[in-house]
Design a protein around this ligand. Structure first.
Ligand code: LLP
Length: 448
């Protein structure tokens, strides 16, 4: 019998008695967990998030001589109990909407550690953020700066500290749609983020003219890149440091440098984990080479903090061969997890109920009416034998999964449970039922 390699043990799992167990949560048989709780179920290991935060901190402590702030990118997963953990770990937050800022603060992240980097930001957004919230703003367009300037007196924001986002000309990501710097992505889509290199000094000067205090230069070049892409990051960083040298000539010295997020995780056996030591070292080396004096370095990891903390547990209701292909149909869908459809993203699928089973090739499908509603897309793959009633685990579903979900076809969004220090926390109200899905509609209103 060909034995499946359990390369994913390091994410907190064990295989015993032909079942998959959670290692950090003593004696938790994931098969039983899924059988006693509504599925689809996102199950998060809190400890994995703590371990990743420590790993990132240690890499910088060892390889970067200055002060480093870690701002968790809330967009990756805004589950309130994950935010609690982030606050307990003493991290800050990178937020992209006023609501994310408010929730992060409600869950205990310090207001002065929250920075807003929005796109398509309205006057109302800005008013909410700076007037009522007093959150730090990262300027993404000159129009945003102008709006702040025009309302400076009305909102009483004279002397406001600002960050400004640069497009450092080089972008990288696991898919063209998550590349956020450069002119266009590989599909020809024009990049909408940041201020171009040849305009950025003027933006700093304009901010000063308005009586603001731009103290941070920000970049974010894309998401989900690994060790082989760090050279692109290095070039983007060199361009950014050139800009900082230029800014120095205009009296903008001792700025904070925010290099954004992006470090990926190991979704596949053939990939390597992100080299945080190398990353921190590159940042130190390039800063030193440039001669720029940095006040504080800021990083904004999302995926690398929470991505591999979570497994999506889903039950198989049907196994049937169609046109020569074995299909395993589950109670999850592209509404639960859209990344395979949206980005052709690979997520490892394990058979929780039969990890030692004979390998067979399966298409693993969802329960909404779309051909693309399949977690294996155009690559059916080997999985230990799946029987009706088995529970499958879809790995690395902690970042950009539940938060991107929908209730398409009136299939409710998933159940969420987080484990921390040997306790289970029920985070969502089970799988959404019809009433919960319909809550935003006026169902009492009928056409007459
Ligand atoms: N900072 C900024 C300004 C960002 O836009 C992002 C992500 C991050 C930090 C965090 O990036 P991370 O460390 O997580 O790579 N939905 C896509 C990913 C979109 C990323 C958006 N921006 C996916 O599922 O792959």
């Amino acid at each position: 019998m060909v034995q499946k390699q359990y390369w994913w043990f390091f994410k907190g799992f064990d295989v015993r008695d032909n079942k998959v167990w959670s290692r950090s949560f003593k004696d938790c048989n994931l098969d039983e967990l899924a059988k006693f709780n509504p599925t689809p179920l996102y199950f998060t290991h809190g400890k994995r998030i703590e371990d990743k935060a420590r790993l990132i901190r240690d890499a910088f402590a060892k390889n970067y001589p200055g002060v480093v702030d870690i701002n968790y990118a809330v967009k990756a997963n805004y589950c309130p109990q994950i935010l609690d953990l982030i606050a307990m770990l003493d991290l800050g937050a990178d937020v992209v909407s006023p609501n994310e800022a408010i929730l992060a603060e409600q869950r205990g992240i310090l207001r002065q550690r929250i920075m807003f980097t929005g796109t398509s930001v309205s006057k109302d957004d800005l008013e909410q953020l700076v007037k009522f919230g007093n959150y730090k703003i990262n300027i993404d367009s000159n129009s945003q700066l102008k709006k702040l300037g025009e309302h400076r007196d009305e909102w009483n924001i004279h002397g406001l500290n600002l960050s400004i986002r640069l497009n450092p000309n080089v972008g990288v990501g696991h898919n063209p749609d998550v590349i956020t710097a450069g002119l266009k992505n590989e599909d020809g889509v024009p990049i909408k983020f940041g201020i171009e290199q040849d305009k950025i000094v003027a933006t700093f000067l304009a901010a000063r003219e308005y009586g603001f205090h731009p103290d941070t230069l920000h970049i974010h070049i894309g998401s989900g890149w690994l060790g082989n892409d760090v050279d692109s990051f290095r070039i983007a960083l060199q361009n950014t440091l050139d800009v900082m040298n230029e800014l120095k000539e205009h009296g903008f010295t001792n700025l904070n440098l925010d290099v954004g997020g992006g470090p990926g995780i190991r979704y596949r056996e053939s990939q390597e984990s992100f080299p945080f030591n190398t990353y921190a070292k590159i940042i130190s080396e390039e800063i030193e080479k440039s001669g720029v004096r940095i006040n504080k370095l800021i990083i904004e990891p999302g995926r690398s903090l929470v991505g591999d903390s979570t497994i999506l547990l889903t039950k198989v209701n049907t196994v049937e061969e169609k046109n020569g292909i074995l299909h395993a149909y589950t109670d999850a869908s592209m509404g639960t997890l859209i990344r395979p459809k949206l980005y052709h993203a690979y997520h490892e699928i394990i058979n929780i109920s039969n990890p030692n089973g004979h390998l067979k090739v399966y298409a693993v499908d969802g329960n909404v009416c779309e051909t693309g509603d399949t977690f294996t897309q155009d690559h059916p793959r080997e999985i230990p034998e799946i029987r009706e009633g088995d529970v499958l685990g879809i790995l690395d579903t902690g970042a950009y999964c539940d938060v991107m979900s929908s209730s398409y076809c009136l299939r409710g969004r998933a159940n969420i449970i987080l484990e921390h220090k040997g306790k289970l926390f029920q985070c969502s109200k089970g799988v959404e039922d019809l009433n919960q899905i319909m809550d935003r509609f006026h169902i009492a209103t009928r056409l007459d």
